[in-house]
Write a protein that binds this ligand. Sequence first.
Ligand code: SF4
Length: 384
Amino acid sequence: MRFPLKMTANLTKYIAAKKITGVKKFPLVMMLEPLHSCNLTCTGCGRIREYKSTINEIMSVEKCLAAADECGAPIVSICGGEPLIYPEIGRLTKELLDRGKHIYMCTNGMFIRKRLHEFTPSSSFFWNVHLDGMERTHDLCVERDGVFRDAIEGIKAAKAAGFMVCSNTTVYRETDLNEVAELFEYLHGLGVDGYMISPAYSYSAVATQDIFLTREDIINKFRDAQAVLDKYNVMMSPIYYEFLRGERQLECVAWGTPTYNPKGWKAPCYPMTDGHHATFKDFLEKTNWDSYGPGRDPRCNDCMMHVGFEPSAVLGGNAKFGDTWKLLSWQLGGKLGGARGKVQPASNGQSNGPSSGNGHAVKTPVASAAQEELVSSEGRLRVL
Ligand code: SF4
C-alpha cells in the first residue's frame, strides 16, 4: 500500500459522500499553520517574510479545532512556521486525531526528539520531514549547519518509536535529481515510509527568485525524475506526475487545499495571498475562483504546485477514462515502511548518531542550547 488503508478508505468515503450529495467545491487537505514563527530562515520560504508583522502570533488550540471542524477536510497538514515550536502541539494533534482526522506534521525535524513523547504512533499520523538533499545541500538550503543531522536523528527516533515518517523535498532550479535519489535511498534504509516531492514556485513573498523553476523547467526536471525516483514509495499521484511531465493538463483547484493561519483563511491559495477570510464559508464563496490559474492570472502561469493541482485528479473537471484504475493500482502498488535494518551510512561516511533506526533503544537526546531557547517560548508568543 502506498498510504495506510484506513486513510485511503476514509478519503474515498468522504469524496463519494460529497459527490453523491452534489457538493461542487470541497477540501481534501487543510493546511493548518498555528504559527509562523520558525527556528530557521530557509531561502525558499515565503512565510517568515510575508508574515513578518505577525510572526509572534499563535492560534489557540480551540481556534485551530474550530477551523478544522468548519472546513471538514479529512486530512490536516500541520505546518507553519515550525509546528514543533507550538507549545500545545501534542494536544492539538490528539484533538484532531480524536476527530478522525489524518495528520501530516510538516517539520524541519530539529525538535522531533525533544517532543516525541507528546505523540502516540498511529496509522493516521505521519511525521513529514522537510529535506531538500543530502547533508551539505540541505544545510545550504536551510542556511544552517547541523540541520540535516538533527532531522535524521529525529527520523531515527520516530521510526524506533513506531511512527510513520515521510519526507518532503522541494525541487529548485539547481536540484540534482540523482542526489534526490541518493537521499531517498538513504531514507529508505532508515525505514522512511514515503516521499513527497514538489516543484518550487516563485511567489512574491520570496525575495530570491533565481532559484525557482519556470513551467518549462519543471516539465524538463520531472521528465528526468521518473527513471531515478520510481522505485521509491513516492507519494505523488501518477496523474499529478503526468501533469508535471507536461503530458496532460490539470486545472487549479486551490480550494481543495485551503490554508488557515493566524490571519484567517488565506485566499486564494497556499503560495499566493490576495486576502484572508474569517470563515471557511467566506473563503469558499467570496473568492473569485474563475480569475485564478494559468492563463487567467499572470502570477499563476509558472505554478504547478501540488496544493493547486494534485487534488485536481479527483476534484477537477478534466478526468480521463482510466484515471480511477490508475489511482487504485498506484495506491495498491506502493510500499510503506522502507527497508528498516539496512541503514546506509551518510554520504560523508560518518555515523549519523546513536540509533540505527532498526528498533534499538534510542538514547534520550540532550537538547542543544539553541533548541532550549527556541522551544521554551512562553511569554514570547502571543496566543490569538
Ligand atoms: S495556479 Fe492555483 S495554486 Fe498556483 S498560484 Fe495560482 S491560484 Fe495558487
